[in-house]
Design a protein around this ligand. Structure first.
Ligand SMILES: [Zn+2]
Length: 157
């Protein structure tokens, strides 16, 4: 399994990849030490737009993207990695920290969501790392539509 680390310029792509279930580390601060640690200790591949990493042996392996737009970055990423996106893996990870979500008993999160959400949703998930609560609902549908649109654009011609 390949796992990724996106650098500071690729925050949106990092979120998008988490959305489709990929294991992505990301820091929104300039933090080369942390990034090198992820590469060396966790065997991750650096995904970057920064020319600064090119040729730096310490930062290998790396995948350099040239696109500036999110859709094109995703397209470039899929072309270069050959990764196939599966909707089965969609919505399995926390968008904030990338940990795998766990389904929880509905009653345990009652105080943490709006009553309407509690009444209308069946399944709830929690991030074991940052404790954020997720549910599918309209949010998921909206994200799926958005993602489909991006993926259609992103399909290699
Ligand atoms: Zn989290």
């Amino acid at each position: 399994m390949v796992v990724w680390v996106c650098d500071i310029q690729l925050g949106k792509l990092a979120r998008l990849l988490r959305m489709v279930g990929e294991d992505v580390c990301y820091t929104n601060r300039e933090n080369p030490v942390q990034i090198l640690k992820w590469i060396k200790e966790e065997g991750r591949t650096l995904v970057t737009r920064s020319r600064g990493w090119i040729g730096k042996k310490l930062a290998e392996p790396q995948l350099v993207l040239s696109s500036e737009k999110l859709e094109e970055q995703l397209k470039e990423f899929l072309e270069k990695t050959g990764l196939e996106i599966s909707f089965k893996k969609f919505f399995t990870r926390c968008l904030e920290c990338g940990a795998l979500l766990q389904e929880v008993e509905k009653a345990t999160i009652k105080d943490r969501v709006f009553p309407y959400t509690y009444q209308t949703q069946k399944k709830f998930y929690i991030c074991p790392a940052c404790n954020k609560v997720y549910w599918a609902g309209t949010h998921k549908e909206r994200m799926e539509k958005k993602l489909e649109k991006i993926l259609n654009k992103a399909k290699p011609r």
